[in-house]
Ligand binder design. Sequence first.
Ligand code: HXC
Length: 257
Amino acid sequence: AGPEMILVETHGRVGLVRLNRPAALNALCDQLMDELGAQLLAFDADPAIGAIVLTGSEKAFAAGADIKEMRDRAYPAVFTDDFIGKRWETVLRVQKPVIAAVAGFALGGGCELAMMCDFIIAADSAKFGQPEINLGVIPGAGGTQRLTRAVGKAKAMDMVLTGRMMDAAEAERSNLVSRVVPADQLVAEAIKIADKVASLSTVATAMAKAAVNRAFETTLAEGVRAERQLFLSLFGTPDQREGMAAFAEKRKASFQR
Ligand code: HXC
């Protein structure tokens, strides 16, 4: 049997995953996260795919981790089970670019999942929040760290301490999302953006995202050194030869698959 809580499509070289658990606003239960993780790794391994779009429904990207599934979890079993480490970070292992396309609610773990993607485009209907504080807990899948790096301390503290939501306009001006588009065009726009990325050199896009990600993990000097090594290593690839030859010859580049 195939997955039950996600819908999978391909659009040319773009792999699209739609979170599809409408009865619970895409609450991210273990089964959903396992299905999502398996599909992300399958797309990453598939040479026919060059970029991935992750989206939800019009009403919700995801309203968070599944509270009803979490409520009876207890310490120390939660520690030894490590459900976050085992299920939630698969998207971080994907080398191909992953774009989150968010409409409606992206709350708690839903916001955290979107922030684990490489960038977020938002529908004008999007609402982001870390409401965990209302449940007597705090964000647990990177929210306090990635939100703070994206929007800065003032907004992150405000969001994490009050649990309030941020609309699409505020998310764009706070640098949480890269673009806002009308809700009825969200998935089409995301596929268009991903299609551009997917038409490029697979090794170059993988290294580009690895290099940008270094900026969040290390010092400026170390990050610049890492970037330079990656940049120089691309001179060992056919795609560098092809990309630069195509420019000089005024034609479209045809990159390796
Ligand atoms: C389980 C959820 C859910 C969730 C919604 N549902 N969010 N079930 N976990 N996170 C269910 C509801 O129980 C309801 O089921 C159905 O989805 C529709 O939701 P409603 O509340 O009726 O919809 P609405 O009135 O439109 O309100 C939407 C909402 C609200 C504002 C998004 O659902 C809400 O506040 N949800 C919880 C948001 C949240 O606290 N997220 C953080 C979770 S903690 P029934 O069966 O009643 O129809 C977290 C920690 C992550 O994410 C840490 C890392 C793992």
